[in-house]
Write a protein that binds this ligand. Structure first.
Ligand SMILES: [Zn+2]
Length: 171
């Protein structure tokens, strides 16, 4: 009884929708149940308000996750760019060059106005910004990778892969 008859065929209905002699039907986007339209709206996508809510909630959660991922990716990229500069001993760079490296100035994790200075952070890395340059690129990270810098025993073996100039610039 669900076979569609050519003369009543659903010429403009989207895939997954069809017609019978008496009524058209489709499938709930959430649970897949058949929706019989009868004389009701032929564009219903859900069998119930519950299914409609569940579907929309999941779409919202998905697009929020996607947005979060995008922002985190840009922040990570920004951090990597600053970290690479810092590790080769560069603590100041003009904005145009930094932009050419892929840095996105719209994404930072904090901003403070300290007197006349504008101080930004991307996670552990801070820098000051002027209209033309950023300067004093430094890291606040003092985890195992960087050591505390105290005493004379900072292991150079741990830092074997870094140029020694970058090491002394940190301290
Ligand atoms: Zn449903």
């Amino acid at each position: 009884m669900w076979f569609s008859c050519p003369t009543f065929g659903a010429k403009s209905l989207p895939m997954g929708y069809g017609t019978s002699h008496e009524s058209s039907y489709g499938y709930c986007l959430e649970c897949g149940d058949i929706i019989e339209y009868g004389h009701g709206r032929p564009d219903r996508k859900f069998c119930s308000a519950g299914c409609k809510n569940r579907w929309h909630n999941r779409q919202r959660a998905r697009s929020w996750k996607a947005y979060q991922h995008k922002v985190l990716k840009v922040l990570e990229d920004n951090h990597d760019i600053l970290e690479r500069l810092r590790r080769i001993g560069i603590s100041s760079i003009d904005r145009i060059s930094l932009g050419q490296l892929g840095f996105d100035f719209n994404y930072v994790t904090s901003y403070h106005k300290i007197g006349q200075r504008s101080v930004y952070s991307v996670f552990d890395i801070t820098y000051e910004a002027t209209p033309s340059r950023i300067l004093h690129i430094t890291s606040r990270w003092c985890g195992p990778e960087e050591g505390t810098g105290e005493g004379e025993g900072v292991s150079s073996k741990k830092r074997a892969k870094q140029p020694s100039s970058a090491v002394s610039a940190d301290l």
